[in-house]
Write a protein that binds this ligand. Structure first.
Ligand code: FAD
Ligand code: SF4
Ligand code: SF4
Length: 460
């Protein structure tokens, strides 16, 4: 008999007041009893609608059944058949818009906690199981991957499993992409990402860091070095600004820079002397996951007041519901229907205030969201010492600028249905193709590209 409780089994978490002063993971994860209770809420639907909501089609009812049967190794293997980073996706996937959105239990009550169960299985495997590394027979073909984010890592893992000699070239000194430099420790512990990367290395993937392709080496040079195909997974790391007066003042950050200083340059550790503004009063502009991460990180650095300034209402916020909920619990102040028009500073050029206007929602725009309209004469100043821009990122133009014949549309590399670019032997996927999106979509693109590269090289 399934467990017909209407709500998800609650997830144990750190107390909001305690956690807003530390960078440790917010949620502790299910115990075995909790996982079992939640797994029993699944109706094992024959047609598994939840699977159609997952971009990589994880076999959801099958892995949940394995939890009920107590076969955790099989539960893990079932997820791993289609998802390369289950411990990551279980934590950061926007499940409420993907698998859980279509779960039949969600029609009347709360959906099955698919992400929570996925995290439980992945964590169990890391603690109790040995992650067997299977080395494939070398097939004699070389492939280069640009970027060690979820797209590049997935593409590399799949090709390596087929026997390819794979080298990832990563611009930063650490592999992992946004998983390492963007998403904070309290949401995704770096140890988990590092374990996944170590596993890939052990399986034979070579990772060369501090290699900015387009500067140190070009794609043409990679072909001259004997690589038969190239996958571009360089993400969307170029921050956008609003082009309002005062953006050049000291104390204005892009969210990427602020989070990189905290995560990669370890400003969250007290014994690191990382150069960063330790703010007292912060305005974070934007309403997505990046904005929530920046705001919650600023709070943990010791800020007394942290505002989220967003020009639409909460219903239009693109951030995951869980992040919004956690941010509110931690005391982040939501200034909804507000838009910044200028940043003001003192004589020394440091931020003192952000000038906002109030907004009203008008008719839906081309994105389907109601467009915000400024209320005339509603300007006011919010006193802050730091402003963090989290209004979106675009792909860095370097690769397109340094590669002949690589077509792009508004900065995003153009690919066909098989992830193939306009250049022979060059494939691309993840945020560099779609613009800023999600981890699971980037992983899915890396998988599709690996299959397409394999077919291309075999057909030569
Ligand atoms: P990236 O992860 O950006 O990796 C690209 C890699 O390429 C980077 O390591 C970069 O250094 C490297 N690179 C760039 N240029 C070059 C070059 N010229 N040569 C060599 N290497 C290069 N998604 C979710 O699903 N859930 C979330 O909760 C979530 N939260 C997020 C929070 C933040 C703060 C941010 C910034 C993003 C978040 N996302 C989230 C989005 C998600 O992280 C991205 O969609 C995903 O990481 C894209 O993967 P990718 O492999 O395409 O690119
Ligand atoms: Fe859901 Fe993400 Fe897991 Fe797919 S990978 S089942 S979308 S949590
Ligand atoms: Fe289980 Fe929901 Fe999927 Fe049905 S739709 S199989 S209840 S997770």
């Amino acid at each position: 008999m399934p467990n017909m409780k209407p709500d998800k089994t609650p997830m144990p978490a750190q107390d909001p007041i305690v956690r807003s002063g530390n960078f440790e993971e917010v949620e502790y994860g299910y115990t075995h009893e909790m996982a079992l209770e939640e797994a029993q809420r699944c109706l094992q639907c024959k047609h598994a609608p939840c699977m159609t909501g997952c971009p990589v089609h994880v076999q959801i009812p099958n892995f949940i059944k394995c939890i009920i049967d107590g076969d955790m190794d099989l539960a893990y293997d079932t997820i791993r058949q289609t998802s390369s980073l289950p411990a990551v996706c279980g934590r950061v996937c926007p499940q409420e818009r993907q698998c859980e959105k279509i779960c039949v239990r969600g029609i009347k009550h709360e959906a099955v906690g698919i992400g929570r169960l996925e995290r439980y299985v992945a964590d169990w495997k890391m603690k109790n199981g040995s992650l067997e590394i299977k080395k494939a027979e070398p097939n004699g073909h070389k492939v280069a991957i640009l970027g060690a984010g979820p797209a590049g890592l997935t593409c590399a893992g799949d090709l390596c499993a087929k026997g390819y000699d794979v080298t990832i070239y990563e611009a930063l000194h650490t592999a992992g992409g946004v998983l390492m430099y963007g998403i904070p420790e309290f949401r995704l512990p770096k140890e988990i990402v590092q374990k996944e990367i170590d596993g890939l290395r052990e399986s034979g993937v070579k990772i060369e860091t501090n290699m900015v392709i387009g500067r140190v080496l070009s794609i043409d040079e990679l072909f001259e070095m004997g690589f038969e195909a190239v996958f571009i997974g360089t993400g969307a790391g170029l921050p956008r600004f609003m082009n309002i007066p005062g953006e050049g003042l000291s104390g204005v950050y892009s969210a990427n820079e602020f989070l990189t200083r905290i995560n990669l340059m370890k400003a969250y550790l007290h014994d690191y002397d990382t150069p960063i503004n330790r703010p007292k009063c912060v305005a974070v502009i934007g309403g997505g996951n990046v904005a929530m991460d920046a705001a919650r990180s600023a709070k943990r650095l010791g800020a007394e007041k942290v505002y989220i300034v967003y020009r639409r209402s909460e219903a239009e916020m693109p951030a995951r519901l869980e992040e919004i909920h956690h941010a509110k619990e931690e005391g982040i102040i939501f200034q909804l229907l507000h838009n910044p028009v200028a940043i003001h500073g003192d004589e020394e050029g440091h931020v003192t205030a952000i000038e906002c206007v109030k907004m009203e929602l008008g008719e839906p725009d081309e994105s389907g969201r109601r467009s915000p309209i400024a209320v005339e004469g509603s300007n006011f100043n919010l006193e802050v010492d730091t402003v963090i821009m989290a209004i979106g990122n675009s792909p860095n133009p370097l690769i397109c600028q340094t590669t002949d014949g690589l077509e792009d549309r508004r900065g995003c590399i153009v690919v066909d249905d098989h992830m193939k670019t306009s250049r022979e032997g060059v494939y691309a996927g993840g945020d560099t193709v779609t613009g800023a999106a999600t981890v699971i979509l980037a992983m899915g693109a890396g998988k599709d590209a690996a299959a397409a590269i394999d077919e291309y090289i075999n057909s030569k």
